[in-house]
Structures are given as C-alpha cells and as structure tokens.
Design a protein around this ligand. Sequence first.
Ligand code: AP5
Ligand code: MG
Length: 214
Amino acid sequence: MRKFIIMGIQGSGKGTQAKLLADDLDLEHFSVGDIFRWNVQHHTKLGAQVKRIMATGNLVDDDLVESVVRSALAAHDWNFGFVIDGFPRNARQAEFFLESYDIDGVINLYLPDEEVMRRVLARRLCSRCGMDYNLIAHRPQLDETCDICHGELISRADDNPEALAIRLADYHEETKPLIAIFERKEFVATIDATLSVEEVQSNIRERFALPPRS
Ligand code: AP5
Ligand code: MG
C-alpha cells in the first residue's frame, strides 16, 4: 500500500502531481482545499464557514480541518493507498496526523517564491468542469473558454496578489518548518518543481521506486 503526503509552496504543483499519481496507481487524492472548495460551490454549512477565510488567503481553523481529514480517512477503504494534498500545514496539524496515521513518504515540491506569483496568477479553472489551465504553461485554444466543455474560465477566489501574499507568509512561517519534523521521522523526497509537469512526475516516481506512468 502506498500512502503519501504531498507538500510544497502555493502553485508548486501539489494538485497537478497528486492527480497524475492517483490516475494510474490506484491511489486516492485527498485535497483539503478541493474539499473546502466543493463545499463553497455547493453552498453547504461547512462552505459558508470557510468561504471568506479562504478567499482572503487565510488558513481555516485547525478543528475544522482535522474533522474533514478524519472523516475523509475514516471513509477510505484502507486496502488502497492515498496522496494527501494540503495537509498538514502547521505544527498542530502535523502532531494530530503523526499520532493517528502512518505514511510511506513525503513528496516535497520545491519552487522559488518568484515563480509562485507568476504561476498562481496565471491559473484559470473551468467554471463548469473544473479543468485546470495556465496562461503560461497550458493555455486554452480559445481565450477564457474551456477546450473540453466550452465553459467559461475563471480565477480561483484566492489567486490574487493580496491573498497570495498571506498564503505565502503562512507557508514560510507555519508549513515549511514541518519538513524538518518529517525529515526526522519519515522519508522526505525534495523534488525540483521548476521542471515540466512530466519531468516532475517522473522524478517523483523515480525517488519512490514507483512504476513509470502508463
Ligand atoms: P489549497 O487548495 O491546498 O491551495 P494552495 O496550498 O494555495 O496550493 P495551490 O492549490 O494554489 O497550488 P498547488 O501546489 O496545488 O499547485 P497546482 O497543481 O494547482 O488550499 C487553499 C486554501 O484552503 C488555503 O489557503 C486555506 O484557506 C484552506 N486550506 C487547505 N488546506 C488547509 C489546511 N490543512 N489547514 C488550513 N487551511 C487549509 O498548480 C498551480 C498552477 O501551476 C496550475 O495552473 C498548474 O497548471 C500550473 N503548474 C503545475 N505544475 C506546473 C509545472 N511543472 N510547470 C508549469 N506550470 C505548472
Ligand atoms: Mg492545489
């Protein structure tokens, strides 16, 4: 069974790489951010609690995050592996996780700050099917239109310079120091995330002795 955490600064490709791993390795991709965004989009009570916090780029309250992670992992069939994306983000979350669960390794994507701003502000998502585009790396054929379903492309509510500055400060102050904690306990592979999506994916697979993409 393969159980991983994927960590890295905003825009380093956690979601992109986790989806590719999950695609053909039978792993479940648990993205805490995606779970919250689903709740916002579907007007749930949880969505109402987190909408403003997320849009301003702040971290959601630890109790709420832990209950989301606990219920996602409790619902999971443990005969399959998983990749957790966006958790833990601070010392308290790491403590909660390490007390309750075992993992095989931590994928740590490294991207310099100056590249983060460029990448994140260029991200666009299809408002209908959720497909990810990037005005630098993966442009749609028609401006502002999804190639697949022709839905309108929009920016994420927190992909603006003000919210991004808060997200980056939180990453440097609270999340990045966790790498040292994981290095003492788990196998951490730091991967250069400035490379292409395909190169990053094949480097992750090489470091964890996973089969190449089928
Ligand atoms: P979350 O959704 O996790 O957002 P994030 O950490 O800010 O990270 P991103 O999703 O922006 O980046 P990513 O690393 O996934 O990169 P991606 O693959 O998309 O969290 C959002 C919010 O939810 C938080 O701010 C907080 O409010 C709340 N939250 C979530 N977890 C929480 C927790 N544990 N505690 C408290 N609050 C929590 O790629 C980015 C772009 O770059 C895309 O357009 C992509 O196409 C492009 N790209 C990817 N790889 C490459 C490449 N190699 N080359 C060129 N372009 C690339
Ligand atoms: Mg993401």
